[in-house]
Each structure stands twice: as structure tokens, then as C-alpha cells.
Design a binder for this molecule. Structure first.
Ligand SMILES: [Zn+2]
Length: 345
């Protein structure tokens, strides 16, 4: 063999084992069947609409935590009241004010004596530590709470935000598989199921005021809220997703996201709702906004509003699992690029 041929073979080897190729392998572990199984559980009538503070919200939290545990995704060091604990739960208290306004208590010890009447709830967190830039954290988030029941009707919230929750769970599993098989990320990844979103982004409000990992080293938040449906504008071509906020804090994140999509899933990326002045004001309406307020780059992924939004008819039967899969894989690839090719944003 000549030196050139050896060199050529070496190059072929290097390229075939690059992290990019590994990303395709692990993207395939996100499947329609798994998304469907998790979503059927979370949006079943038994879950009574996962109202913040309810027994069923806690059952949903446990379901996500068990999934993290089964995949060897790590718990985080957090507080339960005044005790330091290693847990998948970041617990906190919510106070209800007159007129149905809510806010999280940031320092519960002050109010310890008055805990009566407070709602206790939980963010669910799973952590995969990076090898080279351990302190730098990429967050993938979705809220798992919904709005409960009204007059005996269950608001299942299959799309809002069961769809984002199961996407987050499957993306976490794909990264966990990569780590287990000897391909850990260079940056750390934090997967968060937020509670209290429907009452005013409470879980992310609490997290950003009492972060587990320093916000200064939080690279970005990829937040997923309602990605399982097809709205009126896309009846013919389902392969789209709305991106909001990607260019507001870091243009580099926007470019990276565009490039990843071109190299992988090829969805139509629609920026209709990106303007802060858009009448629907979507930029302010999910958990990423609490990160954006803190100048942390974000991307908010959504398939948009529909006729079943915040109705008892937001059911699993209406989810388009083909496109939910593609959207989940796109977010996985974007997080992969950020975690395995860690450039500044
Ligand atoms: Zn939502």
C-alpha cells in the first residue's frame, strides 16, 4: 500500500467516526413508538390534566424522574426546604394572590411559619455531565403541567405541553445512550420538565431565581412548547416548525440552528412569530422567556396555536407523530452541535 492510500483510509476512518455520524445514530433512538407511549401515559384521562400542585402533577413528575433514572441520567444537588438533597426534583412553594395571580417563593425559610395555603410543586431535572466544559450547561426544557379539569371534563394537554415533555424525555435518552456507549458530550446537558407554566411560567421563574447551575455558565435554553400539531397555514405540508427568539440574544445560535437543520432534518423553519410586536406575543408566553430576561440565548420551538388550544379536546389522537418525531430530532441535533462542538455563542 502506498502512503497515500493509507492516508486516505485513515481519513475515511476519521470521518466515518466523527461525532456528526454518531449524532445520526443516536437521533434514531428517538422513535415514534416511544413518543407515543410516553404521551399516551401523560395525557391519559387518569392524569386529570396535570394541574400544578395536584396528585396527578406529581405522578407525571415521577414518570419523568423514573425515565431519567432508568437511563442513568443523573439527579442534581438541590434543596428540599432547608435540606440539601441529591434529587430529580427541585421543589418550591407557590403563593396564590387575590385575583388568581401566582408567584413562586424564592426564600421559603422566611415564610416557613405560613406554609399553610401554599402550593408545593416540583421542577424535574436530569443532568448529563460534559467532559471538557463541565461547567457550561445547555438546557433543553418543556413544561409538563397543564390546566386540570373543569366541570368534570379533563383538559389532557396532549399538545400543551405533553408533546414538548415527551420530546425532551426522548432527547435526554438519546444523549444518555451516546454517553453510555463512550461518546459523552463536551459540554453538560440539563433536561428540565417545568411545573407551574400555565399559572405564569412559575417553574422557570423559580429556576432562574434559584438556579442549580450558575446562569453565567448557562449557554442556552432550547424550550419546547406544543410541537405535536399542524396549524391552519400548513395543512398541505406538515414538515415545518416555528422558531421564536433564536436571533435575539445570539445571532450565532440562530445561524447554528439554521445550519443544523440544513444538514439534517430539512424542516421549514418559520419565523412568523419571532417579532416581539406580533399580536400573539408568543415570545413572552413560555418558559424560555425567563432565560431570555437573564440574557441567556434561547430558541422557543412550537408548531403554533390550534382550535383545541386550552380545551378538553387537546387529545393524543390529534397528535401528528410523524412530524413530532422530526421536530424532536431537529432539537436533538441542535443540542448535539452545541454540546459536542462547543463554540461560544
Ligand atoms: Zn404550554
Amino acid at each position: 500500500m502506498t502512503k497515500n492510500i493509507i492516508l486516505l483510509l485513515a481519513l475515511i476512518l476519521i470521518f466515518s467516526f466523527s461525532d456528526d455520524n454518531f449524532s445520526h445514530q443516536y437521533a434514531q433512538s428517538i422513535t415514534k413508538e416511544d413518543l407515543q407511549e410516553h404521551l399516551s401515559y401523560l395525557s391519559n384521562d387518569n392524569m386529570k390534566g396535570r394541574l400544578t400542585g395536584s396528585r396527578e402533577q406529581k405522578i407525571a413528575a415521577n414518570y419523568i424522574a423514573k425515565h431519567f433514572q432508568a437511563n442513568e441520567i443523573q439527579p442534581v444537588l438541590t434543596w428540599d426546604d432547608t435540606t440539601r438533597v441529591l434529587s430529580y426534583y427541585q421543589s418550591f412553594y407557590i403563593k396564590e394572590y387575590f385575583g388568581g395571580r401566582y408567584s413562586p417563593l424564592i426564600n421559603p425559610t422566611i415564610e416557613n411559619v405560613q406554609k399553610k395555603g401554599l402550593i408545593k410543586s416540583e421542577n424535574v431535572l436530569g443532568f448529563i455531565e460534559g467532559t471538557e466544559k463541565k461547567n457550561e450547561v445547555i438546557i433543553v426544557s418543556a413544561h409538563y403541567d397543564h390546566i386540570g379539569t373543569q366541570d368534570g371534563e379533563v383538559f389532557n394537554g396532549a399538545d400543551d405541553d405533553g408533546s414538548g415533555t415527551v420530546a425532551m424525555m426522548e432527547i435526554a435518552q438519546a444523549f444518555a445512550n451516546a454517553k453510555k456507549e463512550g461518546h459523552p458530550p463536551l459540554r453538560s446537558l440539563l433536561f428540565i420538565g417545568f411545573t407551574g407554566e400555565e399559572q405564569g411560567l412559575l417553574g422557570s421563574d423559580y429556576y432562574t431565581q434559584s438556579p442549580i447551575f450558575d446562569l453565567k455558565n448557562t449557554i442556552c435554553d432550547l424550550n419546547i412548547d406544543m410541537i405535536g400539531r399542524v396549524d391552519r397555514s400548513y395543512k398541505k405540508n406538515h414538515d415545518y416548525i416555528y422558531l421564536i427568539g433564536s436571533d435575539k440574544i445570539s445571532k450565532k445560535l440562530h445561524l447554528l440552528s439554521e445550519e443544523v437543520n440544513q444538514k439534517t432534518i430539512h424542516l421549514k423553519l418559520d419565523y412568523t412569530y419571532n417579532k416581539e410586536s406580533h399580536p400573539l406575543q408568543l415570545y413572552y408566553r413560555s418558559d424560555h422567556y425567563n432565560f431570555a430576561k437573564n440574557k441567556i440565548p434561547i430558541i422557543f420551538y412550537t408548531s403554533g396555536l390550534h382550535d383545541d388550544y386550552h380545551k378538553s379536546t387537546d387529545d393524543v389522537e390529534k397528535i401528528d407523530f410523524d412530524v413530532l418525531l422530526k421536530r424532536s430530532q431537529l432539537i436533538f441535533y441542535t443540542a448535539w452541535e452545541l454540546a459536542y462542538n462547543p463554540k461560544d455563542l
